[in-house]
Design a protein around this ligand. Structure first.
Ligand code: ARG
Length: 501
């Protein structure tokens, strides 16, 4: 039960609460007086008036009064016992509708109408409300520290707290959203490509919450991010999770993924990672191409609370692929391999200041080893190493010939060569490792920690040949960030269970 509601000059005293606290009113009075005097003083100084008091003699006490008022306010807002930051995997609020609360009003302002509480008692505080307040406070401190042009922290934070009081959530400004998304990338310990975090293009699609709209904008995202081969890092942020309306979910792990079909002989045609997902989509009515292949693009599945899961075939203009050939080995092209140009991760939840965006697909460009060493090389993916080794005429009877390593190098050369010669952005692991160290240096100079997971950053081949191998990193979790929630991962791999049943 909330027996000490947030009271601050920017909040109403709840209609059913006795107005027992006077400090907010005092704070208002001080703030107004302080601002008025300082406004007049600054105006006067700017106009060059011949003041008979020194500038410092006026400004110092005025600033002191304002700080006192803001301090009282901030204390009221912030000092809440038992607050906790959101943890990985936490839901910021339960999925139960709460009486007397309204959803965020969407873009624009908080509704000005007073909220009439029907229940005689103040609405119980959900654990989610405390968590969102703490997370919002942490986010806005960061946002205002890194964006001095954004104005004062205090008034914005107070407005956000009030919006949380009224609605259980709040609406980021487009600037806050863009900053949050970029910092989520900057904070993501698994990404080696973070040097370019500031360049992330943010598509604000928070008013889009229906399955058809989400799918359509995802297809646009693929086209815009591909950009004729000069890939643009991009994120599309769809409707957020709110207390009375859950956000849409994209089931697929990425917007473009290849089907995996189990063959009668037990082998897999296509991507073995998605055998289970493919089976489930077929069960739900997806019809694979008449002649099945190793690179059949799966439909996009978007689930909303109203519509349930819906499947959408990707339009061909959105699916850019590169056929793989080797710079020297002519037979390589005969393998009929290809890969999609843009990796758009679509099952991660973006978390900014306590607000969750479960549908927020984002992309960078590929590093060659992701395709050549992992997707095509892993023994539980396309597992091409033995066949390539055989074609190369290597002695596969003895591990010590390093036939695996030699075949892997040739597959990776083919990937880098093919992307380059078809004009699609790609990077190699040596260059990207060096860039990452530049990023680390910059972050350090900016006085920030750069959470980094060694096991994800060190490339999957020739690790010791890259500088990222030879050092240790900070590893603590920082938000904003992207989260791979276990239920979303299960859905991305198995197409079940649905998010809303
Ligand atoms: N490793 C994933 C894949 O092979 C892509 C992950 C994101 N990669 C990126 N370069 N942004 O499809």
């Amino acid at each position: 039960m909330n027996d000490s509601p947030a009271t601050c000059p920017f909040h109403d005293v709840a209609a059913d609460q006795p107005a027992t606290r006077h400090s907010p009113l005092v704070a208002v009075a001080f703030a107004v007086a302080g601002l008025a005097v300082s406004g007049v003083t600054i105006g006067a100084v700017e106009l060059g008036w011949d003041l008979f008091v020194s500038r410092a003699g006026v400004v110092v006490p005025v600033v002191a009064i304002v700080l006192l008022a803001v301090g009282i306010c901030a204390h009221q807002l912030v000092a809440r016992p038992g607050e906790q930051l959101l943890q990985v995997g936490d839901r910021p609020w339960p999925q139960i509708p709460r009486a007397g609360r309204r959803a965020s009003p969407g873009p624009g302002r908080v509704r000005a109408r007073p909220v009439h509480r029907r229940d005689p008692e103040p609405a119980p505080e959900t654990p989610g409300s405390d968590a969102i307040r703490a997370a919002a406070e942490e986010f806005f401190e960061l946002y205002h520290a890194e964006n001095p042009q954004a104005g004062w922290l205090g008034p914005r934070l107070a407005a956000v707290m009030r919006e949380i009081d009224l609605t259980g959530t709040y609406w980021h400004t487009p600037e806050e959203l863009a900053f949050g998304a970029r910092v989520a990338w900057r904070n993501n310990a698994r990404c080696i490509g973070r040097l370019y975090w500031r360049s992330l293009q943010v598509r604000d699609l928070r008013t889009v919450g229906d399955a058809g709209g989400v799918a359509r904008h995802c297809f646009d995202h693929l086209r815009a991010a591909h950009n004729g081969g000069k890939i643009r890092p991009m994120i599309s942020v769809f409707a957020p999770e709110t207390p009375n309306r859950p956000a849409p979910r994209i089931w697929n792990e990425q917007l473009i993924r290849y089907a995996g079909y189990e063959q009668p002989d037990g082998r897999v045609l296509g991507d073995p990672r998605y055998v289970s997902f493919t089976r489930e989509l077929v069960r739900r009515g997806w019809q694979p191409p008449e002649v099945r292949g190793a690179f059949d693009v799966l439909p996009l599945v978007v689930e909303t609370v109203d519509e349930g899961p819906r499947m959408f075939q990707l339009p061909s203009q959105s699916v850019h692929e590169v056929s793989l050939e080797h710079p020297e080995l002519a037979w390589f092209a005969e393998l009929g391999l290809r890969w999609h140009a843009v990796p758009v991760i679509s099952s991660n939840r973006l978390l900014i200041g306590g607000v969750s965006y479960p549908a927020a697909p984002f992309n960078g460009w590929y590093m060659g080893t992701e395709i050549g060493a992992r997707n095509l090389g892993d023994s539980d993916r396309y597992a091409l190493v033995p066949e390539v080794a055989q074609r190369l005429g290597l002695d596969t009877s003895d591990e010590a010939t390093l036939w695996r390593d030699r075949a892997l190098v040739e597959i990776n050369r083919a990937v880098l060569h093919s992307f380059r010669s078809s004009g699609v952005s790609i990077t190699d692991h040596h260059t990207e490792s060096r860039r990452f160290l530049v990023h680390l240096e910059r972050e350090e100079r900016a006085g920030r920690r750069c959470p980094t997971d060694w096991s994800w950053i060190v490339p999957p081949m020739s690790g010791s040949q890259t500088p990222v191998f030879h050092r240790l990193y900070d590893s603590e979790l920082q938000v904003p960030n992207f989260f791979a929630d276990p239920d979303a991962t299960t859905r991305a791999l198995h197409g079940t269970p649905p998010a809303f049943r």
